[in-house]
Each structure stands twice: as C-alpha cells, then as structure tokens.
Design a protein around this ligand. Structure first.
Ligand SMILES: [Zn+2]
Length: 407
C-alpha cells in the first residue's frame, strides 16, 4: 500500500520513503496524510563541500500540501534531518525538490494551480476549492504567472482571441488573456483589461499588421484596441458570447413572468425549476430525444412526463414566453445554418421580427445584436472563427477530472 501511494503521487522511490499513511477530516473533507522521510544517507556541507553522514537531530515534520489522490486532497508531513559537518562544525537541514524552503505548497501543486489558471473555464474560487487551498494562494500564483508571461510574448499568430477572467488583482477586477484559438493555447495573461493598458502592451509587438482576425466579446474597449493596434484585422464577435446574449433575454422574460405569477402558483414552480429553465434555453436540435420520459415531482408524488410535453407546458404559460422561445430558436437556426453570404440579411430579418414582438427584453437584445452586426457577421467568414477554443478547453477540463493525478 505504501509503495503504491509513493507511485500514485509520483514521488521518487529512490529519494523518499513513506512510513505512515493516515486520514483526517479537514473542513468536512477527507484528507490523506502521508508521512515521508528522505532516504539520502549523506550530504555535502554547504561550506566546505565535503560529504557528511552525521545526523545531528530530526526536525518537527513540515506540512506540505500535495496533489489529489483519487479525489482526496493530500498533505505530506516531511521529516527533515539536520546534519552536522565535523570539519567546520556547522549544522544544516537537508533539502528536497518537493517544495521551496519555507513554502507550504509542494512544487507539483503549484504547477497544477498555474495550469488551472491558464484553463479559462475555471474561476479562482473553483481552482481554490479543487486544490484545497485558499483563494489568496491562487491569486499569489496568478501574480507570478502574469509576471513570467509578460516577458515571453514577441510575435502574434494571424488569428488571436481576447478573453478575461475575474481575478480581482490589485491592478484590476479582470485579468486579460490573449489566446491562439487555432492551436488552442494561451499566449499571455495580463493583470487588467483596460484600453490604455492593452494599447501600451500591444505597441511592443512588432508583427501587429500581420494579425488578420481578433475574436472577442461584444465589449467596446476590445473593439477599439483592435481598431487602433491591429488596423489590418477584422474584429469578430465571439459566438458563445452573442448566443448567450439572446439566451439571457429569454431568461429575463422567464424571471419576470415568475415574479408576476408569484410564489406558490404552479406557474412559478414550473418557471423556476433549473431543469426547466435549461430546457427552454437549449437549442431544440441539440436535445437527443424529446420523446423520452423524465421523472418529476408533482402534487406530492413522483410521476413521469415526456420532455416534449414538459416543454409545451412551460411555453403555454405565456404568449410572450412562447414568442421569446421561437425567436431564440430562430436566432440559433441562423447561427448554426446560415453562411457568410446570407448572415447579414438573415440577422436583419430576425431583428425586424424582434422589434415587432413588442417584448422589451427581446427588443433590447436585438438592439445589441444590431449594434454589433458587422462583427457578428464576421464570425461566419470561417468556421475556425466561431471559436472552437472554449469547447476544446472544456473537453480538456473534463479529461482532467477523470485523470485524478497530474504529473
Ligand atoms: Zn564543512
């Protein structure tokens, strides 16, 4: 068992010996406690460089946070010995590459946290929770990678994408990311996403004029930065971002109706359920089987209902909701099936229908789509531009969850 653990957590058997394994409850989580000794018999004296094998004493074990073991957080208690050199009569503590001196995070856990930070689908909070460290610790690592990264970038590829994540660093609320969406990698992370800061940063990149496409959210500063810094590039609105915008409009209708009906009504319950809210958001074609049954709890007991019937029950609550749903579906039809030649015409027709709907949430969303029309249409130029990056990252993320150890 001990041997297995050593291999599972990637410790070098020649260097370390596990002499005890325990479990402990920490903040309602089971934590594996691994007691480790160092095998080395002799060390070089830091002063005279001669070998010594005289152990002076053994220090109180230091606690080092380590990687997950099969879903459990793990902590290493590392016993270190102090050696003495009889030549120069000095004492020194043995060192390992398990952690840096006086650091309570193992080097492996640090690398794991940095890797998570580059995964744009994870928030600081999720990273902290998953690695059993504080958000403060994650932010500290974030600052280090931001410093490391900023020195490395020199040239940009033809297609880049802008993104951000909530970081709350001392520099700003959002950290800014430049990605290479084609090769699915992060090129740089910057401490804030303010226009002046970004312009100043991109000034230093020499091949700016060879960038052809910049993909990003419908966020005006990014568009302005692109116009100034990448004058030859087209700005492409991120597909997931504008899709989400239309979904949100539908959500707002649903929430407004929910409040109008008021708690305790059956309409309220039908509208409020998370499963139902998702059911009306999802693209109709993306549901595997509308004729399958799902279990629901109604009038005090479990019963079964076909998905398609549930959908109709929800939509039948209100004409506005039904119309909002149809317009959302129409929008997704255009996004999924239109081409560059027709996209503008199709979207303009959709905007027209929205304005006729007299539903304020929908009219508002259509206004935003209209304002960004040119850049939304740009996302139809090439399949690669409708951002496969996020999907790629999410897949990667799932795979990580399965492989519970990271080496
Ligand atoms: Zn010595």
């Amino acid at each position: 068992m001990k041997e297995e653990i050593v291999e599972l957590i990637g410790l070098d058997k020649r260097k370390f010996e596990v002499y005890k394994i325990d479990e402990e409850l920490e903040k309602e989580r089971m934590v594996k406690i691994i007691y480790v000794k160092i095998r080395s018999k002799k060390y070089r004296c830091p002063k005279c460089n001669k070998f010594t094998s005289s152990v002076h004493d053994v220090l109180k074990p230091v606690k080092i946070k380590y990687l997950d073991i099969a879903g459990h957080s793990s902590v290493i208690y590392l016993s270190k010995r102090r050696f003495i050199c009889h030549e120069c009569n000095i004492k020194f503590t043995e060192t390992t590459n398990l952690h840096e001196k006086n650091h309570t995070l193992s080097n492996k856990l640090k690398i794991k946290i940095r890797k998570d930070l580059l995964n744009k689908s994870m928030t600081i909070y999720e990273i902290a929770r998953q690695n059993n460290v504080s958000e403060y610790t994650v932010r500290k690592e974030l600052k280090i990678i931001m410093k490391d990264h900023s020195r490395s970038i020199k040239a940009l590829p033809k297609i880049i994408s802008f993104d951000e994540f909530k970081a709350d660093t001392s520099y700003g609320k959002y950290a800014f990311i430049v990605n290479d969406p084609i090769h699915k990698c992060t090129l740089d992370i910057l401490p804030n996403r303010k226009k002046e800061y970004l312009n100043n940063y991109f000034t230093k990149i020499t091949n700016r004029n060879s960038v052809e496409y910049v993909i990003g959210d419908m966020y005006e500063p990014y568009l302005l930065v692109t116009k100034v810094m990448f004058s030859k590039a087209k700005y492409v609105a991120d597909r997931f971002h504008y899709e989400r915008y239309v979904m949100k409009a539908l959500d707002s209708i649903r929430i407004r109706l929910q409040d109008e009906y008021g708690e305790k009504t059956k309409e309220y319950k039908l509208l409020k359920k998370r499963y139902n809210a998702n059911l009306i958001r999802v693209y109709y074609n993306r549901v595997d089987n509308w004729y399958s049954y799902i279990k629901i709890y109604r009038n005090g007991h479990m019963t079964e209902i076909m998905k398609i019937d549930l959908l109709h029950q929800i939509l039948n609550i209100s004409e506005e909701l039904k119309r909002g749903y149809e317009l959302k579906e129409l929008f997704l039809d255009i996004v999924n099936h239109s081409n560059y030649e027709n996209a503008e015409k199709d979207l303009l027709a959709w905007i027209e229908l929205c304005n006729e709907s007299q539903i304020s949430e929908i009219i508002e969303a259509a206004k935003t789509i209209n304002n960004w029309l040119e850049h939304i249409v740009n996302s139809f130029i090439d399949k690669r531009l409708s951002n496969g990056y996020t999907e790629g990252v999410n897949k990667k993320n799932k795979r990580y969850k399965k492989t519970w150890i990271w080496i």
